[in-house]
Design a protein around this ligand. Sequence first.
Ligand code: CTP
Length: 404
Amino acid sequence: MVLQGRRILLAVSGGIAAYKIPFLVRLLRQSGAEVRVAVTPAAETFVSPLTLAALSGQPVEQHLVLQGGGRTSWNNHVHLAEWAEALVVAPATSNTLAKAANGLCDNLVTSLVLSAKCPVFWAPAMDLDMFAYPATQRNLEVLRGMGHCVWPSPEGELASGLTGAGRMAEPEFMHRELELHFGVRSFWRNKTLLLTSGPTEEPLDPVRFLSNGSSGKMGEELAAEAELRGAKVVWVRGPLRRSDRSWTRRVRVVSVRSAAEMHAAALEALPEASVVIAAAAVADVRPAAQRHEKTPKEALTAPLELVLNDDILASLAANKKAGQWILGFALETHDGTASAQAKLRRKGADALILNMNTPETGMEADTNQVALVRRDGVEQGPLETKKTAASRILDWVEHYAANA
Ligand code: CTP
């Protein structure tokens, strides 16, 4: 978990979208982050500090000066700002971001921004005209110029009833952006991963095709984990069932249907790749002839002539240049290691991920047990979620590709 133990300071200013901040706090805490929350006086009218304190498990910071019980003390915002590894201002009202862009600090939140030495992320939220107002846009530009990260304010329905740009980024988006920020690994700097995944479909006629039961789940987790680590990913993807995941610009999806299309797309992307992972369950054969009209069912009982598809992994390995590292997959039902070793030699990859087809580790399952098979050894992972298996696989890639 990339956010485990990360210290994240949330600064909340007074906009209606503040009601969503408890969801962000919960997402971050579920990912193992330590969360502290500071609010402006206006924010308290939109979200209860008690809610934020309960969800973060920490007192909520509200004032620069603490008064009560006959005592006055100074709330040391510098300590809080130094504690943070990331400062998120969400929602960021036009007022708060204007103050920060101009170096004003009349409350705890703006003082934290001016004191922060960590990366600062802004989630502007306001009505569309306020968002489009030239001074607001100029202030956002000033913040970007200071090295701060301004998250997009998507278009949509606004609290005023109007529709346009100015909504606060969703908590899930902010959570993922923080994961992407903390997940970056130096191995992937300026490196591209070429990933194939999913099944392929080999058309028989306009309505029928040959395929297999690949769910594409393992490939999707590999794409997400590589994105998280900062890789540029070219993801050549066979037809998949719908997924709600959204991807940053780091991931370029090339959708294909047949093995021939996947082969062409993968070969085209190969020159830019440092690492190749061939996770696709490519259909081994295709009908020798594709009919252009629907076949009447009576004709379907006639023997079907099939031809072998090209082996994409073998073809990528044959075209490999120095410095490229290629990982294949082998899904086996028996003699796992021996079959995978033979497959590795036959295809010319640098290593293979072996997984056995069982109810817990097969194509449909959400779990997997993977082994890395190299020419001179095998490393076995435990039964785990496909997400954790993807992380294990990329750890192996980073280790062995760096030492190749
Ligand atoms: N593969 C490929 N092109 C094919 C067939 C397989 O690129 N036409 C790749 C897969 O993406 C995987 C590896 O080869 O990385 C092994 O796939 P697998 O289906 O286990 O092996 P096959 O070569 O199909 O052998 P068999 O079905 O006989 O086990």
